[in-house]
Design a protein around this ligand. Sequence first.
Ligand SMILES: [Zn+2]
Length: 445
Amino acid sequence: MNRARALSKIAAPLWAALLCASFAAEVTIQTGHAPGDVAFKLDPVPPPAVDDAATGATFKIIGGTADPNARGGLAVLHDGRVPANEDAPGENFFFAPPTEKGRLLIDLGRVVDVKSVATYSWHQGGRAAQHYTLYAADGSGIGFQAEPAADTDPAKAGWNLIGKVDTVDKGPGQHGVEIFPGKNGTPGKNRYLLFEVDPNQDPAGFGQTFYSEIDVIDAAAAPVKRLNVEKIIDTYKTDDGKYTFMVDSTQSPDLREWFGKKAIPAVQEWYPKIVELIAVPGFASPTQMTLRLQEGVIMPGNPGVPAYASGGNIVVSSGFLRSQEKGEAIGCVIHEIVHIAQTSDWGRGRVPGWVTEGVADYIRWFLFEPESQGAVIRDPDKARYDASYRTTANFFDWVVRTQVKDLPRKLNATSSTGYHHGLWREWTGKTVEELEAGWKKSLVP
Ligand SMILES: [Zn+2]
């Protein structure tokens, strides 16, 4: 750990008073972190600026390769915007593995009184922490090279080493780093900044940091405007106070009222019913959840996904809600709250996805909104019990009506006991193939 980092743990006014003159020439680096979304309010690091000296600067990669999934390119680093969520590859810049010492050059276009340089990143895993070395130059140094080659030490090519940053000990979430490159508290006169970026150590190779924004503050310019994303979170409870639903409509304030008046009453009525319907001994469904309304593509790489449940939270596409206010919107939310209630062992492979999804769609289409007839089978010949979603929901409905009344609970219990086809014979005396044959017969008019 170099001295700049050690000092960074002490609040600035305090250490200014503590230091003797020889230390005062040290560069100040301060860091801020939050494990979740705090809209980049990462005290003591201020929120990103929207109109700083980097906004119009030229950004260029001069070492290493950009990751092809960083679809927004370098522009996302100085557009004054931050990503919509904790896993937004298209709204961050990151190098491709196995890039080490990736070099990112910023040309401010003229010598600027640089008061501070700030970097912001966000990820829920190994891509959150920042790990880089910052160099700066005014371009007048002897032998200055604006684009030093990979094997050239910038410090020997007319650049000043400003400081080293490594925030890995803070863990996932939002990270902010603010560096004051000048000496003795005065701004540093610089035209060029060079970030030499290293990946974080990640055994899976996903250690390339998701950089969201880079700011350069010009001491001589008017004060910058800072990002101000006020969180809009409404808290709703069931009448008995047992269940709490938090609705985050920060990104989509236009949907706040509609969601509270139309979707929430359905959630308040149905979540307790669902919990009761599938409750298994020894497992309590969560009593609290957050429903976040999100703009744009909510699941990277899957532009068609309207909603998903993950880690006790539900994310719903705001675009989908707007287009389906009178259509599928509320039923889709009901499907997702089933996932919150489920004892699901997703990812461990114990309960197949078609079972989990089939139960969620069974509750939605056959109990919550049977009148919409959303899971009617049009082609019985092609129907398969394990086709998932609506088709499996239709199969489960037939089993509930003709064989086992508490099938949803039995299926939910397989999260702890493990699912296998033999269970159908235990429950009904018939194999799943025999049940499928009976179900398909019932579908033929
Ligand atoms: Zn689902």
